[in-house]
Design a protein around this ligand. Structure first.
Ligand SMILES: [Fe+2]
Length: 350
């Protein structure tokens, strides 16, 4: 890494870390969602002794809008509301981007014990019963805000990892926005396969960081125009393991490890680092691998121009079943065709 890149990277690290510090200093925001004005005011009064700012809203739609505009640190969510009930609101919060890191405490009716089970099934972090007991509410809110502070520190660790990933990308001007395109297309392909939201999130994040291990590969190998010799190839093949070692200490990165380690395995078992084959290669790694290949084929490199959509597709089809999972190739080709058709359509409109 050159000293200029090192300085830029240091800068990004400092920004990510200072974001985390700034976050720890600001007053946390609690969003109270309840259709009863009396309940909202009661909860607000109870929270006066907690160091927090209280935001009030009267229904599910209003809550989702408020969260989208500015994410709070905790949501206190009534179960029984007209229109969208609390379970549905909770599910939507938890499946949105970053939603798993926003604590939700559901407030259930005491005469409906099954509400507690349903609250947990909707991925709520905690629940409490009406009528509200002031001491219990204060204790639960303090505990949930503590949890959020821990989430925030994990989140800033992940920002450091993203900063590292963009430092890798910055080394090579030819890979401009490559990882974002891989992340977007991997998520789209995962959605077409009907994968659950947490795996779609992993696909997006994994698409961004899959090549993070290249930070440990010397520039003269990484940026070499033309073929690598066998020693350089061996060195280059270490990048999935280096990447895995970088992500491993990050608790919120556990679901990214299989993507980072296995994105260069081949379907016929000839890839690296573990020579896994077929379905033994983790599915998310198989998806990122094809999206990565399509984007690399269609992008300009120091030693060649990017191929056309059709040329890239024929490379993918030739490697289907050998290098890549045929089902994933089929979906990536179809997705790319749609995107390419859209691009041509937009081009014609200009
Ligand atoms: Fe790679």
């Amino acid at each position: 890494m050159s000293s200029r890149e090192g300085a830029a990277l240091g800068h990004q690290w400092m920004n990510a870390l200072s974001d985390g510090n700034r976050d720890r200093r600001r007053t946390p925001v609690v969003l109270v969602v309840d259709d009863s004005a009396a309940s909202r005011e009661l909860i607000k009064a109870c929270l006066e002794e907690v160091d927090c700012q209280v935001r009030l809203t009267e229904d599910g739609q209003g809550a989702l809008r408020s969260i989208e505009e500015s994410a709070p640190d905790l949501v206190l969510l009534d179960v029984q509301m007209p229109g969208m009930d609390g379970y549905e609101v909770c599910r939507r919060i938890k499946t949105a981007d970053g939603g798993t890191l926003l604590p939700v405490v559901m407030i259930t009716a005491v005469d409906h014990p099954s509400d507690c089970v349903r609250a947990l099934a909707a991925a709520a972090d905690d629940f409490m019963s009406k009528p509200i007991d002031r001491l219990e509410l204060v204790a639960r809110v303090r505990s949930a805000l503590r949890l959020k502070r821990i989430y925030n520190s994990l989140d800033s660790a992940e920002q450091v990892i993203y900063a590292l990933a963009s430092a890798v990308e910055a080394k090579d001007p030819y890979t401009d926005a490559h990882t974002h395109r891989v992340a977007e297309s991997a998520k789209r392909v995962g959605a077409r396969m009907g994968l659950p939201q947490d795996e779609l999130n992993a696909l997006y994040r994994g698409g961004i960081v899959h090549d993070i291990g290249k930070i440990g590969i010397p520039d003269q190998i990484l940026l070499k125009p033309g073929e690598l010799d066998s020693e350089e190839t061996t060195r280059m093949h270490l990048h999935p393991i280096i990447g895995e070692n970088i992500i491993a200490p990050l608790q919120s990165g556990a679901d990214l490890l299989p993507i980072v380690r296995h994105h260069h395995e081949n379907y016929d078992g000839t890839g690296y680092p573990d020579r896994l084959s077929g379905k033994r290669i983790p599915l998310l790694a198989r998806i990122v691998s094809v999206c990565d290949a399509y984007d690399a084929l269609t992008s300009d490199r120091p030693y060649r121009l990017g191929r056309s959509h059709d040329a890239a597709v024929s490379v993918l089809l030739r490697g289907s079943g050998r290098q890549w999972d045929p089902q994933v190739v089929h979906l990536v080709v179809d997705e790319a065709r749609r995107t390419s058709d859209r691009g041509m359509y937009e081009h014609q409109q200009v």
